[in-house]
Design a protein around this ligand. Sequence first.
Ligand SMILES: [Zn+2]
Length: 120
Amino acid sequence: MGTSSKFSEYIDDGKNKFDITCQYCKCLILLPRVGLYVVVKHMLPLMTQKNEEVTTDNGENLSDFWRIDDMYTFENIGFTHTVNDIKYLSCADCERGPIGYHILSTKKSYLALARVKNHE
Ligand SMILES: [Zn+2]
């Protein structure tokens, strides 16, 4: 593997080792070995509560993501809003997010490790 990521204990053979769940409501987002660990730099707006307006003025630069090539391999996922080519992902149950983003043109999704629960 050769990853020195602080998330390495959650990664097995480049994929997520455990169920990925919401940090807040335990909603199941991904089954093990569905997300591919990738390092990409992307700014995500700060997490908001349900119905709270998301602002793109305040963001957090993140670099550790699970890449999901097929939307239909998510167990549960929701969307907050779309900005240009990006749809932001949220928890399907409690609607907190963004927990990641989906690129409309490539159809690939990226789930931020820092914004989900990566272990049991
Ligand atoms: Zn949730």
